[in-house]
Design a protein around this ligand. Structure first.
Ligand code: ATP
Ligand code: MG
Length: 439
């Protein structure tokens, strides 16, 4: 048997590396670095292989990062172990990395890997009391380009938690949308077809946009908003631009695609002569079935005016759910006040009373009232009690400048806030839930 030798990695060795990788996995060792990372490092960083004849029997791959180097892969075929190949491979790869002037060389090994003699043989010391953390980044590198073209982005991770109250809506969305999309395999086992498209409808300012974003954040999928008004300026025309946009979206692995005020491009097609937007509505009706065929994405359309939508648009088969997002109930209003009142004063404010006085307020109205109360209280605290200072809102006797708004500031602001959703609109909304809602 000829003896083994060590040489630099060539592209032709990729199969050999792959084989080593598979052997490692087969022995129940889950390597820390992904295969794609190891292969990238083979090509771009430093890699050496041990060969017997032309067979790759071992490999070491290293990556230099500033002053520290990392061994991203070290493996020897089982039948070649115990011959010092690992130690020689490490020595060789260290040698290739030496010109970087590294002052530390590190390696991460899965706990299940027991063959660590090569490291010990090369003077590596096992560091105790370390813990390794990792998180998957949901967007792949090749998606960055189409994503930025589309103006899409990854949203903050806490948007879902930040939706205050709205317990019923949240639970519904969590069960119907998030669960089957996030647990696609499990859903499949149960024969659940994951939703592909939903409509959120409800009066202005109730949180439709907020929910669309929160869903994307919850799924950790990129959020891509399609703006028909911007596409209208495209040389292809609105219908053509819409088609192009959805072709680009098809390149993404995952996405929550949002169309706000969808009634503007999908309103009833009645009328003679036909509205110039009819071609756009028709285009959208064609786009949705194609969109539905691709996994890993969700179309969310929002509207204040669901009655105006073309009936073909809403029929079964296009949208899985037509979900009402209405005014917040007591519990939701309480959660919102808790959220909007600064932590330092929240315990001193009579939230019960604010909840009472904001019946019929939308989240947007409550947010507005909370902000104006804060602004007034700040002005009063800094410039002294102005005409906004109602009796009872002043500082308690003997105290210095009051920090933060008090109940009365909120009540004043509430009294000055005109609610967005009239009783008539609310009534229509309730009718729409009966007629058009589908959950
Ligand atoms: N559950 C909530 N908790 C806290 N803030 C909320 C909540 N829902 C909505 N808001 C706030 O209320 C405002 C209006 O919400 P949003 O824009 O989502 O409403 P919308 O239904 O999309 O309104 P429109 O119909 O006008 O588009 C936003 O500033 C949002 O941050
Ligand atoms: Mg909105």
């Amino acid at each position: 048997m000829t003896s083994w030798r060590i040489r630099d990695f060539h592209s032709a060795d990729l199969d050999g590396i792959l084989h080593l990788w598979e052997t490692l996995k087969a022995s129940n060792v889950e390597p820390v670095y992904a295969l794609s990372e190891v292969l990238a490092s083979c090509e771009k960083d430093h890699a050496v292989v041990a060969v017997q004849g032309e067979q790759v029997v071992g490999a070491a791959v290293g990556r230099a990062a500033h002053d520290q180097g990392w061994i991203v892969f070290l493996a020897t075929l089982p039948e070649y172990r115990g011959r010092g190949i690992g130690t020689s491979l490490l020595a060789a790869v260290e040698n290739r990395m030496a010109p970087h002037g590294l002052n530390k060389l590190s390696a991460l090994m899965p706990e299940s890997e027991t063959r660590v003699e090569a490291f010990l043989g090369r003077g590596f010391v096992l560091k105790k009391n370390l813990r390794y953390f990792e998180r998957r980044i949901p967007v792949q590198r090749q998606e960055l380009e189409p994503l930025s073209q589309l103006g899409g982005r990854i949203l903050a991770r806490d948007l879902w938690e930040n939706v205050a109250g709205m317990r019923n809506e949240k639970e519904l969305l969590e069960r119907r949308l998030v669960l089957p999309l996030a647990e696609a395999e499990l859903a499949d086992e149960f024969g659940v077809v994951p939703p592909r498209a939903v409509v959120l409808f409800g009066p202005p300012g109730t949180g439709k946009t907020t929910f669309a974003k929160a869903i994307a954040s919850r799924l950790e999928w990129p959020f891509v908003e399609v703006f028909p008004s911007r596409l209208a300026a495209d040389p292809l025309g609105l219908a053509g631009a819409l088609r192009e946009t959805f072709l680009e979206i098809a390149e993404l692995e995952h996405a929550v695609v949002f169309i706000d005020e969808v009634e503007e491009i999908a309103s009833q097609r009645a009328g003679d002569p036909p509205s110039p937007l009819q071609g756009v509505t028709n285009e959208l009706l064609k786009i949705i079935p194609a969109f539905r065929e691709q996994p890993g994405r969700l179309l969310v359309c929002a509207t204040n005016f669901i009655r105006a939508l073309d009936s073909a648009f809403l029929r079964h088969g296009r949208f899985d759910y037509v979900i009402p997002i209405g005014l917040p109930d007591r519990q939701a209003r309480e959660a919102m006040w808790q959220r909007f009142i600064p932590a330092a004063v929240v315990d001193d404010v009579d939230i019960e009373l604010l909840v009472e006085r904001t019946e019929g307020f939308s989240p947007a109205d409550i947010e507005y009232a909370a902000r104006s109360a804060s602004q007034r209280a700040l002005e009063n605290a800094v410039y002294g009690e102005g005409d906004g200072g109602a009796p009872g809102s002043g500082a308690p006797a003997g105290s210095a400048v009051r920090r933060g708004p008090a109940t009365q500031d909120y009540l004043d602001a509430i009294a000055d806030t005109r609610t967005t959703v009239s009783a008539e609109v609310q009534q229509e909304f309730l009718e729409d839930i009966d007629l058009l809602g589908r959950v």
